[in-house]
Design a protein around this ligand. Sequence first.
Ligand code: ADP
Ligand code: MG
Length: 632
Amino acid sequence: MGRIRVLSDNVANKIAAGEVVERPASVVKEMLENSLDAGAQSIRVEIESGGRRLIRIADDGCGMLRDDALLAFERHATSKLHDVHDLLSISTLGFRGEALPSIASVSRLLLETRSPDEETGTRVEIAGGKIVVCDEIARGPGTTISVRDLFYNVPARKKFLRTDQTELAHIASLVTHYSLAHPDKTFELWHAGANLLHVTPVDSLRERVFQVFGSRILEELIDLGDKTARLPAQDPEDEPTTYTLRGFVSRPQVQKNNRNSIFIFVNGRLIRDRLVLHAISGGYHNLMPASCFPFALLFLDCDPGEVDVNVHPSKTEVRFRHGSWMHDFIRDAIRDQLMASRPAPAFSLNPQPAPGLPYSDFSQMLQEPLASPAPEATVAPEFVMQAPPPPAGRFDFGGAGIPVNQPLAQRPPDAIKLRVPDTHSGFPLDAIPIDSTMLRIGDLRPMGQLHNSFIIAAGPDGLWIIDQHVAHERILFEQVLTQQAAGRVEVQQLLIPVILTLTPGQQLEYARIEDELRTSGFDSEPFGNRTIAIKAAPAAIGMGDLERVMLEILEVSENELRAGSVADLRRGIAASIACRAAIKINTPLDRQKMEWMIRTLAATEYPMACPHGRPVALQYGMREILRAFHRI
Ligand code: ADP
Ligand code: MG
């Protein structure tokens, strides 16, 4: 007798569950997607013990017919695919028919559902994949699925679960981001009876971002608007395809040390994709350190035929038909918008925690609202770490974001103090530009230097502090880039060549980028074994710095730019030159030099960050100053 056996459905489901159901958040994801596919307008998620004890999702979608309610738990049973051609253009979030049977095989599941086409509803109870009860119930149209005791029959899996707070953080992040993808729907998230998120339908993504994160975070974000690109058809018979990109990205000063704040939706599906991540980093190239990541919330929409979503069981990976074209589209869309919106980092009167805490720390922050007696607080995931949570009490989302129903006792003392008649008031507020975060460097008047390192300047929108080294670095960086592009880098011939000995790795790198080095003003040639002679160099670099600049270029290009384009390489070289050539801190500057610096900086393309992403200037806004003096 042969040794091969066909696995029972129950075992097969458990195996599938291994891929589909990694943790409570995966259950929430699958069920949210089902509710959205069912056309729900309102989705309520209830969690207990981080999802271990209970995950309940109730929707007002199309519900299931009685026969379908049972069939839904059969493996590969789906209402969303009919034949193999449908696989080529999937427009629903689900299609594999695997989620419900997988989840049911590793939990105690209760399904209650009714389709508007039937008088009565259906209740199906399943434990560990076996149907326990199936009967009629009375209920309104829609579906409620309760998943209890997740992994109760898979102890090995259970062991891998993290703390309730961590699991809840994953769930909260997921629900939040799906709510961002569907501003026209209601989403609620409850944990142990406390409301963590409640958003009602709004007209735009911007309003939804405001509902979820509050105005303070919205200020840190840049709206990409609606970016569209058309890809001409390769075959003249075909129609050209159109890609659109919407969403928000953070200003370059918001720097996180991992990718956990990047959310990518492709045709409404939350995915992880290395190509898109790379495109986002490319958009921030030279605006942010290479090791840092922004916040990004991107919605890419294209013809369903352009993406293959049938790549991974959890449907979180996709394959693009025109990957590299799409990559460049996203990168350029982000970069253009960042360039257009030249934002300045503002001082904050409230000390802020260091940016870039790992996402999982969000779980600790969650504890606060959970324990709070005000159950209606809206939680902004990961941002909670960077900004204080919005005041307790409900936001009136229709009414310009003014907190209402906020008890007086919870108001900051300042707000109460300001009610006292104040003889110091009357500052002409009209004189302050409304948008004080927009850069007005050209209008600045230098007033002096702080520690011979920072230029203090006054402008119509407040007080500015400019890091003289970083500012000069940005100026030189853009100059070198322009000179490279024009093939006219200012060069100094060296009387005595500088001889450099390279490691084997550096030597390979040198050979690879030799032409680019020449374009950037370095005239060098091999000089014996693993040694090069530099005969000319960009005029901006002092002789003493030459060796370090060259080694830095070789190192950076080896580490970061191996896969990068020529433009990346040039930028890397320009950044190294600019950094070495810029004036140092601890250098006294006279008024004329400070004025030159401000003028020239104002004329740069992106005056707000050095090529490595450090901020050039800090702004202490006029309103902030007035507030601190209790004048407004
Ligand atoms: P898939 O989503 O890939 O089709 P699932 O196992 O997630 O597979 O769901 C199986 C089927 O159950 C779906 O195709 C759908 O017909 C039905 N279903 C699941 N959840 C819901 C829901 N919330 N409302 C209506 N129908 C649902
Ligand atoms: Mg599904």
